[in-house]
Design a protein around this ligand. Structure first.
Ligand code: SF4
Ligand SMILES: [Zn+2]
Length: 315
């Protein structure tokens, strides 16, 4: 059973979703990221409340903040308006919908013009999408924008024994084709890459495959990679953990894959520092190690390592 989680098994292991108002974004924030042409850009990120993703990936916990039904007509635009009234001005906007922006069963295509109209002040617009949904809709939305479109795609891992078991329903070649398609239409791409997906429980091997995956993404033509440490809590990952098919990564592993990725000098590399307390076993150094990674996200330079007696190998 632990080798073959299909969509039904994955969803049957879930707990309840958070209760959300379809007219309100479930979160929004102001942050900073390095620009692709240098300098630091301010970013408004809006986490839209939308219909649950049609895919059911083994490691995904984004469904927790989604709706079962299609949002009412116009609700997505209302959410954007609500957040923009409360956010400061920024260079870049991310519209993350915990799924795929170009899944028209989540965001109907006839809402693109009204959405794009809200984004005229932004030089870059970033949305999430699945490789199988990188199609004409992306181009049509891109044409409506004044700013440049960037699409964030989950490549996850290129490990041949792991990717097919994530129920993502892609191959590395599907990802490559999606990147080529988007790049040919002047759309930038960022990749999400996992650290410690299930079935990779050896620290050294896991670090190696995260690195290989980042390298592959850059070779395909992505501009930046964001490393996401896989966390428990979605039901399926907890079952895998109990059966030794998953191990939470350590902070030292995250630091290592980040440093390795930056030293490629092939594009920008970020680590997701959101909610990473679960990686740390030491209260003495966690805050400064997190701050170091946040600084490295902005500078794209490897900073001197934080020293602490807790740091031995990848524990
Ligand atoms: S495609 Fe993305 S949002 Fe959808 S289930 Fe997979 S990881 Fe989650
Ligand atoms: Zn420590």
């Amino acid at each position: 059973m632990h080798d073959n989680f299909d969509s039904n098994t994955i969803t049957s292991l879930r707990s309840g979703k958070n209760k959300l108002n379809p007219f309100l974004p479930y979160h929004f924030l102001h942050e900073q990221e390095p620009g692709l042409l240098g300098g630091i850009e301010s970013v408004n990120t809006i986490f839209l409340t939308g219909r649950e993703c049609v895919f059911k990936c083994l490691m995904c916990d984004l469904w927790k903040n989604t709706l079962d039904e299609l949002s009412p007509p116009g609700a997505i635009v209302k959410q954007i308006d609500y957040a923009l009234e409360r956010l400061p001005k920024a260079d870049v906007i991310k519209l993350y919908n915990n799924g795929n922006f170009f899944d028209t069963k989540t965001i109907p295509a006839d809402e693109y013009p009204a959405i794009a109209n809200r984004l005229n002040d932004y030089s870059r617009i970033i949305v999430e999408n699945h490789p199988q949904l990188c199609n004409q809709s992306c181009i049509e939305f891109s044409k409506l924008l004044k700013g440049k479109l960037e699409i964030a795609i989950g490549l996850e891992t290129i490990h041949p024994g792991v990717l097919p078991r994530l129920n993502k329903q892609i191959t590395p070649n599907d990802f490559k084709k999606a990147v080529l398609f988007l790049r040919n239409h002047d759309i930038d791409v960022r990749a999400f890459v996992l650290l410690n997906p299930p079935y990779l429980t050896d620290a050294a091997e896991s670090i190696l495959w995260t690195h290989k995956t980042i390298q592959f993404a850059f070779d395909c033509g992505v501009a930046r990679c964001a490393i996401i440490p896989v966390r428990p809590g979605n039901g399926a990952i907890d079952v895998l953990w109990r059966n030794n098919y998953y191990t939470p990564p350590s902070l030292a592993m995250l630091e290592k894959v980040f440093e390795n990725g930056l030293s490629l000098h092939q594009g920008q590399v970020f680590v997701d520092t959101w909610d990473i307390e679960f990686l740390s076993k030491c209260d003495l150094c966690f805050k400064s190690r997190k701050e170091r990674m946040e600084n490295m996200n902005l500078s794209q330079q490897i900073a001197p390592a934080i020293q602490c007696t807790c740091i031995t190998n990848y524990e």
